[in-house]
Design a protein around this ligand. Structure first.
Ligand SMILES: *[C@@H]1O[C@H](CO)[C@@H](O)[C@H](O)[C@H]1NC(C)=O
Ligand SMILES: *[C@@H]1O[C@H](CO)[C@@H](O)[C@H](O)[C@H]1NC(C)=O
Length: 185
């Protein structure tokens, strides 16, 4: 199942039910990239927790705390992935996912990756995108004033998830600024 914007602390109830034998993968994204991508999504307009920075950041923070708690309780039932790592290192991340799921499906995955990460097809809902162009597009699309505001709301969540601050507009748009660093959970 793929669920969009289901908060992680609700997942604990499902994991507590031993009969279900569920594994969960949480996909996290840099709030700046998230907001850039959501600007074009109409589903977002009606619910403030989808686009209001303080609400988005509070969710990101509570997901981090919940993930840490759940991983201590069920170390082999929850996996956390940053969207940026998935798109920049699809091979390594795919191996980690398959290992976590104990699935031997490398061939099927390779086929899927090849098809879905190298061709561009129109439409924002398509998964057919050139993935290496996606994660940091916000650096060149978002206004620095907006980014600065978002970063203020998200300071703590960004620090925990390993997302680095842009200091000013020049810094934000420069190639030297690589927005992600290692993080631990
Ligand atoms: C990813 O893995 C596939 C096969 O598993 C290989 O053909 C491809 O060269 C790898 N790509 C990178 C960037 O390592
Ligand atoms: C922008 O930020 C960079 C990195 O912190 C700094 O070196 C530079 O002096 C800043 N530029 C301006 C105009 O403030």
């Amino acid at each position: 199942m793929k669920l969009v914007r289901l908060r992680l602390r609700l997942i604990e109830e499902i994991l507590d039910d031993k009969a279900l034998n569920v594994k969960v993968i949480l996909l996290v994204r840099d709030p700046r990239g998230l907001m850039q991508s959501r600007r074009h999504r109409h589903f977002c307009e009606l619910s403030p927790d989808c686009w209001e920075p303080p609400l988005v950041c509070a969710d990101l923070l509570s997901d981090y705390l919940a993930a840490r708690h759940i991983m201590q309780k069920y170390p082999d039932r929850l996996m956390v992935i940053r969207f940026e790592d998935l798109t920049l290192k699809p091979n390594i991340t795919t191996d980690q996912i398959l290992k976590f799921l104990k699935l031997d499906a490398r061939q099927a995955f390779d086929k899927f990756l090849k098809k879905h990460t190298t061709v561009e097809v129109a439409g924002v809902h398509s998964t057919f995108k050139v993935s290496r162009n996606i994660p940091f597009k916000w650096k060149h699309v978002l206004d620095f004033g907006y980014v600065n505001n978002l970063q203020m709301s998200c300071r703590e969540a960004m620090r925990l998830w390993g997302y680095k601050m842009a200091h000013n507009e020049t810094h934000m748009m420069s190639n030297e600024f690589h927005p992600i660093e290692d993080y631990t959970i």
